[in-house]
Design a protein around this ligand. Structure first.
Ligand code: THU
Length: 266
């Protein structure tokens, strides 16, 4: 019998007992506040020594949040309402800064896309929105929804719908994505309310497809139905991803020549 311990377990334990590590890792004042509020300062709590139940309760309270951070890498939690109040504030994450109004706009557009979700089989409605640039440097937001199919495997996710909409219009450099999701009216209220409380994370196939067109870094914004926003970058969702650069290709610059022919004909 081998004793197998995952990196995840080790990190969880270490981080719980050294919240200062978390503070160091998760940068700015806002995320620190969230963390310090939610993660009890275990190393400064002498009462934990005499009250193991309290220590356990504190660990459990911190566990969910820490797991979220471990799963998604560096990230910060924001709130849609407070973002709308700070439209011009820059929110920085892993080397990319987005204005509050852009984050809110992307979430709004993802929600608009969600409204068109075609999900009569899973009843899970997903919406996505991408801020993308074309070769002329113009920027545009593209939204998308999941489009299911009676042959279930032919279903496409919202993130890929938005991606293909953008790429098919010549917008191949992606700066930021927003993703929202939740069950429709056909499922029980309990299930619907429950999923509203969690973030929808892009599936593995979508991460790979998004990676093809990412401007490095590319922000990924996930919003709960309740308004909390979780922001990270694609390189944390897909570390060491295999992308066009591995094959010496620049996705944003690729030109098969047909666009020029069209331009000449005009
Ligand atoms: N789905 C998305 O659109 N994006 C994701 O990132 C996860 C899953 C869709 C696919 C399917 O229509 C439904 O959600 C349930 O899997």
């Amino acid at each position: 019998m081998y004793n197998v311990r995952t990196e995840h377990e080790r990190k969880t334990v270490r981080m719980i007992f050294y919240p200062s590590l978390l503070t160091k890792q998760f940068g700015n004042a806002e995320s620190q506040q969230t963390l310090l509020f939610k993660v009890p300062k275990m190393d400064h709590h002498p009462e934990h020594k005499d009250a193991p139940e309290q220590a356990l309760a504190d660990i459990l309270a911190a566990k969910d949040l820490i797991e979220l951070f471990l799963k998604m890498g560096k990230a910060q939690e924001l709130n849609l309402a407070s973002l709308r109040d700070r439209p011009n504030t820059l929110f920085e994450i892993n080397g990319i800064s987005l204005e509050g109004k852009l984050i809110a706009h992307l979430v709004d557009e993802a929600r608009r896309g969600q409204g068109y979700a075609y999900a009569p089989y899973s009843h899970f409605n997903v919406g996505a929105a991408i801020l993308a640039a074309n070769r002329a440097g113009e920027q545009k937001v593209f939204s998308g929804c999941n489009v299911e199919n009676a042959a279930y495997g032919s279903t496409i996710c919202a993130e890929r719908t938005a991606t293909f909409k953008a790429v098919s219009e010549g917008f191949r450099k992606f700066h930021a994505y927003a993703v929202v999701g939740g069950f429709d009216q056909h499922v029980s209220k309990a299930l619907r309310t429950n999923t509203q409380k969690s973030y929808i994370t892009p599936c593995g196939s979508c991460r790979q497809v998004m990676n093809e067109f990412e401007a490095s870094p590319c922000a990924v914004i996930m919003a709960k139905g309740t308004g909390e926003i979780y922001m990270t970058t694609l390189n944390y969702l897909l570390p060491s991803g295999f992308g066009p650069r591995a094959l010496g290709v620049d996705a944003a610059d690729y030109d098969g020549g047909y666009a020029n022919q069209l331009a000449q004909k005009k």
